[in-house]
Structures are given as C-alpha cells and as structure tokens.
Design a protein around this ligand. Structure first.
Ligand code: MF3
Ligand code: CO
Length: 247
C-alpha cells in the first residue's frame, strides 16, 4: 500500500529533508584529494548528532556506516574505510536520516580534483536525469512516467541505467511502497497522488548497465569496471507540483 502523508507528516519530512540537505552540503566541503572515506563518515555522524537526528543506514540490515561512499566503478553501498580520495576519482555520497520519526534520503556524486571530460559528463547527465524524473512527479501522472523520463534522458546521452537497484517510497520507514525503477515504459503503475513521497535515485553507468555485488555483501560495482554516478532526492508530490524536500 502506498501511504499518503498528512500535512503534519509532510512538515516533519520537510525538516528531515532540510537537515539532510544541510549535512550533505557540509560533507561536500571535505571531498578533496587525500580525504579518507572514514573521515567523511565520522564528520557525517558528528553533524547528525548536532541536529538530533539519527542515521537511517547504520545498522540497517547490518550496514556498518552512516554514509555510503562509492568511488568510480562502485555504484552504491560503498563502505567507508581508510581509502583516500585521489585526483580523477568520482565519489557518490548517499545518506539517509531519521528525524522525529520520519526519514529523508539523498545522494550526490562529486568529482575529486581534475576528472576526465567523460566523467564530468556522466555526473552532469545523472544529475539532469534526476531532474527529468522529478519533473514527472505530478499528481495524475503514473509512476513509470518518472522511470521512463530518467531512462530516456540517460540513454539519449549514451549512458545506461542500473537495473538492480531502484528508488522507493519513504516516510515513517526508509523504504516504503512503491518501488521507483529508473527504467520502463511510460504510463504504467499507480497514479501519483497528493501526499505521496518518493526517493527518486538514478544510478547511471558510463558503460553497460550490468552490476554485481562485491564479497563484502554490500558494495555494488559495474560489471565492466567503468564509472557510475548516483543522485537522489526525497520528493513530495503536492497539488502544486513536485516539492524537493532535500534541496
Ligand atoms: N540509499 C539506499 C536506498 O535508498 C539505502 C542504502 S541502505 C544501507 O535504498 F544499507 F546502505 F543503509
Ligand atoms: Co534511497
């Protein structure tokens, strides 16, 4: 069942979204040559504590960290550690938080130092694919109108969308119905309604869409070893259009 959020619930989700957006903005500042991913995770924990919010990821099915840090060919669920960022890397930061009983979830991909023109384009196309999807998050559209818009934009630009992971409804749970794929035919699935909140999160590969999971049981990587980018926003569907809660 897709839960519709009341005005009061949406207000709390706005706060959860704003807090997360502020934290990600801070994390971006330390993404540079030589920063280790565990430092990013610790900083995220400190910032969360100051906001009286808690990580939605730490302990989720045993996930060990506050932020997912996914570098280059890692698509999602990279685990923070001693690895240091180096010139030419791209890194995705994905973070979910819980605040006053409600969740928000967002991700960005950032260049480290001087990255290739193609990596830059991958990041831009993925960010814009998220915008294209969000544009379709309107009352009366159908769920797969979002999916189709993302896929079409990505493939038109010569990249591919990951199939193994999808976006999701979000509210008093991190993952609620419906699933939000980044691919599919238009005009399928549930009709979008005022009060739905979706985490829309395109994962885009420079090469093929195929992915696999590393031996740590978490980290998804591209099969061909080419880079992948990820952007995510928590988006409310309102009478007046999509409202990005994590902007
Ligand atoms: N961002 C992922 C999602 O939207 C959540 C990762 S789950 C965790 O589903 F295990 F990494 F916490
Ligand atoms: Co998510």
């Amino acid at each position: 069942m897709i839960l519709l959020k009341s005005k009061a619930e949406l207000d709390t989700m706005r706060k959860a979204g704003r807090i997360l957006a502020g934290i990600i903005k801070e994390l971006k500042k330390i993404i540079t040559l030589g920063t280790s991913t565990i430092e990013v995770d610790r900083y995220a924990q400190d910032l969360l504590r100051k906001e009286n919010a808690v990580s939605a990821f730490k302990g989720y099915r045993g996930y060990p960290a506050t932020v997912c840090t996914s570098i280059n060919e890692e698509i999602v669920h990279g685990i923070p550690g001693e690895r240091k960022l180096k010139d030419g890397d791209i890194i995705s930061l994905d973070m979910g938080i819980q605040y006053e009983g409600y969740f928000s979830d967002a991700a960005v991909t950032l260049p480290v130092g001087e990255v290739s023109a193609q990596a830059k384009r991958l990041i831009d196309v993925t960010r814009r694919a998220l915008s294209e999807g969000i544009k379709k998050a309107h009352v009366q559209n159908q769920l797969s109108d979002i999916s189709y818009a993302v896929q079409e934009y990505v493939e038109k630009n010569g990249f591919s969308v990951v199939r193994q992971f999808v976006g999701h409804g979000i509210g008093s749970q991190l993952h609620e119905e419906p699933e939000v794929p980044n691919f599919g035919r238009p005009h399928q699935g549930p009709v979008l309604k005022n009060g739905m909140v979706l985490a829309i999160e395109p994962m885009v590969n420079m090469g093929g869409w195929e992915s696999q999971i590393l031996e740590n049981g978490w980290t998804a990587v591209t099969k061909d070893g080419l880079p992948s980018a990820h952007f995510e926003h928590t988006v409310a569907i309102t009478e007046t259009g999509p409202e990005i809660l994590t902007a």
